[in-house]
Design a protein. Sequence first.
Length: 177
Amino acid sequence: MRKLENKELNRLSIDAFKIADKFPVIIVLDNIRSQHNIGSVFRTSDAFRIESIHLCGITAIPPNREIHKTALGATETVEWHYFETTLQSINYLKSNNYLICAVEQADNSISLDTFRINNEQKVALIFGNEVDGISEEVMQNIDTCIEIPQFGTKHSLNISVSAGIVIWEIAKKYFFN
């Protein structure tokens, strides 16, 4: 076995990426403090050809040096929009027939491994603030809540780790359904 060289990876150009089909998934970042987390979400969203990212509230927006450190150029490929509040994003998404899914620990949440969608369903995934999670106000306006099963002594994951896990699982549901 040998490691592939960059020229063998068949990466899309920026122009090809912009016109390529995307998974009908929008990532909503609800008041994310860490610009490194924001950049990581951009990079993961690029890797899985996510439709768009909504940056809400205090979430920093590109161009931004700290976001760029972890995004590695993904802010140039992944479409993004800024909303003053996460509720404004949710209202936009609901008017465009997205299933609004919080990624949070909550009563009546659905375990990520049992969450089901059909290939026609458009999904918005909301990830909350690193300290406070998703606000109660936002939780009152979602359609469903997805929870990542965890088995250790810690019961939270970094937002960029959570996003990577959930985006991969959602992409598999579209790809392998």
